[in-house]
Design a protein around this ligand. Structure first.
Ligand code: NAD
Ligand code: TYD
Length: 344
C-alpha cells in the first residue's frame, strides 16, 4: 500500500554518514519535524560521523552501524522500527576505486540493495527510493542529453553495479509490487564531500600546493549540481513521485574538468602551474548531461543554486573546514565512532 505524503512516521536512510546522505538528513530533519530518522551506515572509509555532529543530539535522529547486505541485521532493524519509507544512499561510490577493486561494489551496490529490497518487501514498506546516478546511461558525445528513456549502458564497474541495483529495484516493483522510486542524478558538489572526488580533491591539493591531477586531456564534461538541490529533488520524489517511476536530476551546468580545475585555482589564488595532466582513467566517460524536464514538469522541482554561488560556497567551506578534510586524509576519525558510540 502506498502511503500518502502526510503519514511517514519512521524513515530509514542508508549511507547517511556519506556526502549526500548527511546533507539529506540535515534537510529532512529540518523539513519534516516529528518524523523519526534512522541512519544505517557501515562507516566505510567514506562514512564519517563527524559530518553529523550538529545533528546527533536531535531526538528524532538515530544512528546504527551496520551493513545493508547483512540480512539478519537489516531484518532486526526493520523489526524494531517498522519503517514507512526507505531512502537508499548506501553505496561504494568512487569510479577509480571500482577499477582497482570491484568486489565491494558488488557486495554493497548489488547484494546490499537486494537485501534491503527483500526485507522492505517482507515488512510492507510504503516507499522505497533508490538513489542512482546518470552514470548508468554511459557516455554522451558532444551533443544530446540523457532522458529517463535513454538505454542503460554502464562503462565502469561502479556504474555497472549501480545499473544492476536499478534493475533489481525495477524487478521488485514489477514482480513483488514493492512501491519503488528511482532517482538518477548528475555529479554533486558541496560541503562534506570526501576528498577523493574531483572538486574536493582539486581544492585540497591546491590548498596544500600539491599538483592537481587532470585525467587525459581534461576535456571530459560533467553536469555539476549543488548537493542541496539533489537532496531537495530526492525529498520531492520521496513524497510526491509516482511509484515505479525513474526521475533524472541534473544541474544544467556542463563544465569540462580542466575549466573547473582552473576556476578552483583562481578562487584560491594559486598558479596554473599546479595543473598536471596524468594518464587517463580506463573507460573514462566523455560527457554526461541530464535532461531533467520530467521532474521539473511533474514535481515542480528545479535546481535553485546558481553554479557561481555554489562553487563559491564550496571552496569557502573547504577553506573553513580544513581540519575536517585533513583529519579524514590522515585517517584520524577512525576512532571517533568507538569513542562516541562505544562500538555499538
Ligand atoms: P559516499 O561514498 O560519500 O557515501 C556512501 C556512504 O555509504 C558512506 O557513509 C558509507 O559508509 C556508506 N556505506 C557504504 N557501504 C555500505 C554498506 N554496505 N552498508 C551501509 N552503509 C554503507 O557517497 P555519496 O557521494 O554520498 O553518494 C551517495 C549515493 O548517491 C550513492 O548511492 C551514489 O551512487 C549516489 N550518487 C552520487 C553522486 C555523486 O556525485 N556523489 C551522484 C549521483 C548519485
Ligand atoms: P569523479 O569525481 O571521480 O566523478 P565521476 O567519475 O563519478 O564523474 O570525477 C569527475 C571527473 O573528474 C571525471 O571526468 C574524472 C575527473 N578526474 C580527474 O581528472 N582527476 C582526478 O583526480 C579525479 C578524481 C577525477
Amino acid at each position: 500500500m502506498t502511503l500518502t505524503n502526510t503519514n511517514f512516521k519512521t524513515v530509514l536512510i542508508t549511507g547517511g554518514a556519506g556526502f549526500i546522505g548527511n546533507n539529506f538528513i540535515r534537510l529532512f530533519l529540518e523539513r519534516h519535524k516529528g518524523v523519526e530518522v534512522v541512519n544505517l551506515d557501515k562507516l566505510t572509509y567514506a562514512g564519517n560521523l563527524e559530518s553529523l555532529r550538529d545533528i546527533e543530539s536531535n531526538p528524532s535522529y538515530h544512528f546504527y552501524k551496520g551493513d545493508i547486505a547483512d540480512d539478519a541485521f537489516v531484518r532486526r532493524l526493520f523489526n524494531e522500527w517498522h519503517f514507512d519509507a526507505v531512502v537508499n544512499f548506501a553505496a561504494e561510490s568512487h569510479v577509480d576505486r571500482s577499477i582497482l577493486g570491484p568486489s565491494a561494489f558488488i557486495d554493497t551496490n548489488v547484494r546490499g540493495t537486494m537485501t534491503l529490497l527483500e526485507v522492505a518487501r517482507e515488512f510492507g514498506v510504503g516507499r522505497f527510493l533508490q538513489v542512482s546516478t546518470d552514470e548508468v546511461y554511459g557516455s554522451l558525445g558532444a551533443t544530446g542529453k540523457f532522458t529517463e528513456l535513454t538505454h542503460i549502458a554502464p562503462n565502469s564497474p561502479y556504474s555497472a553495479s549501480k545499473a544492476s541495483s536499478d534493475f533489481l529495484v525495477r524487478a521488485w516493483w514489477k514482480t513483488f509490487d514493492l512501491p519503488t522510486l528511482t532517482t538518477r542524478c548528475s555529479n554533486n558538489y558541496g560541503p562534506y564531500q570526501f576528498p577523493e572526488k574531483f572538486i574536493p580533491l582539486m581544492i585540497a591539493n591546491a590548498m596544500q600546493d600539491k599538483n592537481l591531477p587532470i585525467y587525459g586531456d581534461g576535456m571530459n564534461v560533467r553536469d555539476w549540481i549543488y548537493v542541496d538541490d539533489h537532496c531537495d529533488a530526492i525529498d520531492a520524489v520521496l513524497y510526491n513521485g509516482k511509484i515505479g517511476e525513474i526521475y533524472n536530476i541534473g544541474g544544467g551546468n556542463e563544465i569540462p574538468n580542466i575549466e573547473m580545475a582552473k576556476l578552483i585555482l583562481s578562487k584560491l589564488g594559486k598558479p596554473e602551474t599546479l595543473l598536471e595532466y596524468v594518464k587517463d582513467r580506463p573507460g573514462h566517460d566523455r560527457r554526461y548531461a541530464m535532461d531533467s524536464s520530467k521532474i521539473e514538469k511533474e514535481l515542480g522541482w528545479k535546481p535553485a543554486k546558481a553554479f557561481s554561488e555554489g562553487i563559491e560556497l564550496t571552496v569557502k567551506w573547504y577553506l573553513d573546514n580544513e581540519k575536517w578534510w585533513k583529519r579524514i586524509i590522515s585517517g584520524e576519525y577512525q576512532d571517533y565512532y568507538k569513542l562516541q558510540y562505544g562500538g555499538r
